[in-house]
Design a protein around this ligand. Structure first.
Ligand SMILES: C[S@@+](CC[C@H](N)C(=O)[O-])C[C@H]1O[C@@H](n2cnc3c(N)ncnc32)[C@H](O)[C@@H]1O
Length: 373
């Protein structure tokens, strides 16, 4: 990986400041404690002082300030009246052994100052009880989820801050909607951290159906010497990809039908979310061409939604919609079960591995890693 000079400009400074805040005291346990403390303060009746007190305590006890702020959001609108009524009722019950004749609507209609004056003790007792209980539960859950996430990150190292900076700089040249789309796509889609390590020690990458060229930017950021050829048939995306990759001579962007262009003999070919626009027989012929073109020892990396995995239906609808609206240019959506696709590659003599490569709505996404002897 190359050493990069620090990105300049206000946006880069803001990003660095944000990262510093995000990464300080960020072990899962400390972050869990920070969020738990935020929840406790958020449920306390110290309205107006919760944030200041939270930040001061975070400084003293060396906790992540963003974690404390996030936890304190438990009592921000629209949750405020719910937390207030639950706190007052519970406090009153703990002190007097009975519930108050107080409804949510009454809490919404009464000024905060009046509630404080009339019910301060009940509010304090109930708020601290709820805060402690929720703070412990939410803090412990936060620490647990983060520990699991970190273990996953070890298996699949995330895109580095330096690589993200390079991407943000390139995205800065694009119109707003592409800029935001590109940034969110890379932040949320596991394909990039999964695929980039597979490109180590490769010399020529062919990215078929390259879209706006995000893989081109990221693969160049990680492997500056890798020659990348992006092929995309949508003229608008080609223009965007060229602007994104302006001044990067190692990455070229070509307009054309990736099923029929001359493929050369690259040692890596990527087809991410592109095969399914063509009927299955065309996909088969396309893969055969790719396998023939691939240099000995080369790798073919495919990502597709697998109709045999769970939660395929909604993702397919989203994709059909994207095609209908012209966001993704294609002749329809033709899902090919990954087990059959993998078998077709094995029949062509490749060794094939399949692994999950999606999250949330797109959890039916699968990554196919096929190697040529
Ligand atoms: C869902 S996008 C994925 C883009 C990119 N691979 C990524 O992962 O960000 C699929 C892209 O493939 C392009 N595409 C589909 N069929 C193609 C073909 N036969 N030749 C070239 N591009 C194609 C579409 O225009 C679209 O930009």
């Amino acid at each position: 990986m190359k050493d990069r000079p620090k990105a300049k400009g206000l946006a880069a400074k803001l990003r660095r400041g944000w990262r510093t805040l995000k990464n300080e005291q960020s072990s899962p346990t400390r972050l869990g404690v920070a969020v738990g403390l935020g929840v406790l303060l958020g449920c306390s009746p110290l309205y107006g002082f919760q944030m200041v007190l939270g930040l001061a305590l975070a400084q003293v006890f060396k906790l992540n300030k963003l974690g404390v702020i996030a936890g304190a959001q438990i009592s921000t609108p629209p949750f405020t009246p719910l937390v207030v009524i639950a706190s007052i009722q519970l406090g009153h019950f703990l002190i007097h052994g009975r519930w108050l004749d107080l409804t949510l609507q009454m809490v919404k209609d009464t000024p905060g100052k009046e509630l404080m004056t009339n019910f301060f003790v009940s509010f304090a007792v109930g708020g601290m009880t709820i805060g402690l209980t929720l703070g412990l539960a939410i803090g412990a859950l936060t620490a647990r989820v983060l520990r699991q996430r970190r273990l996953e990150d070890l298996k699949q190292p995330p895109i580095t801050d330096g690589e993200m900076d390079e991407l943000y700089e390139a995205l800065g040249r694009l119109p707003r909607q592409f800029r935001h789309y590109g940034a969110w796509k890379v932040r949320l889609d596991p394909i990039y951290p999964l695929a980039l390590p597979l490109l180590a020690y490769r010399t020529q990458l062919l990215d078929l159906g390259a879209g706006m060229g995000l893989l081109g930017v990221l693969s160049h950021a990680r492997f500056p010497a890798l020659k990348v050829r992006c092929v995309e048939w949508d003229v608008e995306k080609v223009t965007i990809a060229r602007r994104l990759l302006e001044g990067v001579s190692e990455v070229t962007v070509e307009q054309g039908d990736a099923r029929t262009v001359a493929l050369g003999s690259p040692d890596a070919i990527c087809l991410f979310d592109v095969l399914h626009y063509s009927p299955i027989e065309e996909q088969r012929a396309w893969l055969t061409r790719c396998v023939t073109a691939l240099a000995p020892g080369g790798i073919l990396v495919i990502r597709e939604l697998d109709p045999e995995r769970g939660r395929w239906g909604l993702a397919e609808q989203i994709e059909r919609n994207a095609v209908k609206r012209g966001w993704n240019r294609g002749g329809g959506v033709h899902p090919w079960p990954i087990s059959q696709l993998a078998q077709a590659l094995r029949d062509l003599g490749l060794t094939v591995e399949v692994q999950p490569a999606g999250r949330g709505l797109f959890s039916a996404n699968a990554l196919v890693i096929a190697r040529k002897a």
